[in-house]
Design a protein around this ligand. Structure first.
Ligand code: LLP
Length: 436
């Protein structure tokens, strides 16, 4: 993946940094991000829009991995930003991300979160439901403040992916239904409000999607509705946001397209349909998360204990697990891995990689061929850059690992390792007085 290679000593190298040296310096577990790969993905998405002369915003879905340094990098590459909570917005503000390029998502934004977004005058709020629409209108009225919005609609599309990360189907908690009149009512309310400026429509059909058919069908369905609304309300959409969800390759079974291919097909479809429906070509916005950072991240672990169950299985345990990568336990997600310190050794054994959490379900990889792994060998698990750190937790009171960025032979710590003191920082001992 990316700048990863194997050096003369048989060590895995990423961004010109020897991973064995990274482990000596920062310890394990350790998340390592290949900055050059993130940059190249960001540029690939943008390039296609430029090539076709289509106005666009590529908003990084920061739920995939957010930190101040990450958002600085996203800004450096000229992308916009999708946040889904006060916490993600706070991080964006702390990173001095240009507020006009921030888009705020979420199916249950609180009044405080909406006020925070209005205080910072962010670029747009993606309104998900009637509760939010009314609340936002009233807040804006009180403050005499205008705000740009997109209306999130559910296009009624079943994309092929894991059920938990499906979002575009009719039976979904997200968005206004396109088919039963909800979306149209939401549009009418928004157009009535002198404070809400409807830029256009948003839809997102799911995550880790390989085929373009779902995106194209969603675009077509939404544009057909927009054409009806154009006749009915004279509404001319400036923006069509087609969400994120572009798949990446975790294992050889995964066959994603390139960022360029996804974008190019979307552009063709939107162009074709707008021409057919005599609508002006809107700006196309997208929100890639996983496809910008997923394969740029590698987690390095130290191997510790081992248990062989004769004729059944060889368990090899690492010093992390579902606390730093919950995806195998939650989605049955698959990963590939190698021994970073002996990357050229022959794969003589098939072992199963166990995490250190007190759960039988904390298994990172089943049946992985490796050179006979021993204590202190370093296991490099690939493609952990998206929804790894961002879904990390303190189960079993395991501190979260640090994150380093590597580029051109240099490594930079961007998130420190959590300490035991951090773990008890918010605890209030029984009987001690405290403010709430
Ligand atoms: N836009 C919206 C409205 C979303 O809900 C999401 C993801 C994205 C963009 C970014 O999707 P991406 O390009 O990263 O696929 N935790 C799960 C993934 C949940 C995705 C939630 N929404 C996982 O680890 O697979």
């Amino acid at each position: 993946h990316g700048t990863a290679s194997i050096n003369d000593e048989g060590h895995l190298e990423i961004g010109g940094c020897d991973t064995v040296e990274l482990v000596e310096k920062y310890g394990t577990p350790l998340y390592v991000y290949d900055v050059e790969l993130i940059r190249s993905r960001a540029r690939a998405f943008k390039k296609m829009f430029d090539k076709h002369g289509v106005k666009s915003q590529v908003a990084y879905a920061s739920k995939a991995f957010s930190s101040i340094a990450m958002l600085q990098l996203v800004h450096e590459e000229g992308l916009s930003l999708d946040v889904v909570s006060g916490g993600e917005l706070y991080t964006a503000v702390a990173a001095k991300f240009p507020v006009e390029k921030i888009h705020f998502h979420g199916n249950n934004k609180s009044e405080e979160e909406l006020e925070m977004a209005l205080d910072h005058e962010i670029g747009c709020i993606v309104v998900d439901n009637f509760h939010e629409l009314h609340m936002l209108h009233h807040l804006c009225q009180e403050r005499k403040q205008n705000v740009n919005i997109l209306l999130r609609v559910t296009p009624g599309i079943e994309a092929h992916t894991h059920d938990y990360i499906l979002t575009g189907q009719e039976d979904s908690k997200f968005g206004f239904d396109l088919e039963n009149g909800q979306a149209e009512t939401a549009l009418a309310i928004s157009l009535d409000s002198e404070y809400l400026n409807v830029l256009g429509i948003h839809c997102h059909i799911g995550s880790q999607i390989f085929e373009t058919a779902g995106f194209l069908l969603a675009a077509k369905k939404v544009l057909e509705k927009l054409s009806l609304w154009n006749n009915e309300y004279g509404f001319v959409p400036k923006v069509l946001n087609l969400g994120g969800g572009f798949g990446i390759r975790y294992t050889e079974e995964d066959k994603p397209l390139s960022p360029e291919e996804y974008v190019e097909e979307m552009i063709h479809e939107v162009r074709k349909e707008t021409e057919r429906l005599s609508l002006p070509m809107p700006e196309i916005w997208i929100e890639p998360g996983r496809s910008l950072v997923g394969d740029a991240g590698t987690t390095l672990y130290s191997i510790g204990s081992r248990k062989d169950v004769p004729n059944v299985r060889k368990y090899v345990a690492i010093d992390g697990g579902m606390s730093d990568n919950i995806r195998p336990a939650l989605y049955d997600a698959k990963y590939e891995a190698i021994l970073a310190n002996r990357a050229l050794d022959k794969q003589e054994e098939v072992v199963s990689i166990a995490g250190k959490c007190c759960e039988s379900g904390d298994m990172l990889i089943w049946d992985l061929p490796l050179p006979e792994p021993g204590t202190n060998d370093i296991l490099a698990v690939f493609c952990t850059g998206a929804y790894g750190y961002s879904m990390a937790n303190n189960y079993n009171r395991i501190p979260r690992p640090p994150v380093v960025f590597v580029e051109n032979g240099k490594s930079r710590l961007v998130i420190k390792r959590e300490t035991y003191e951090d773990l008890v920082k918010l605890d209030v001992p029984y009987g001690e007085k405290t403010t709430i």
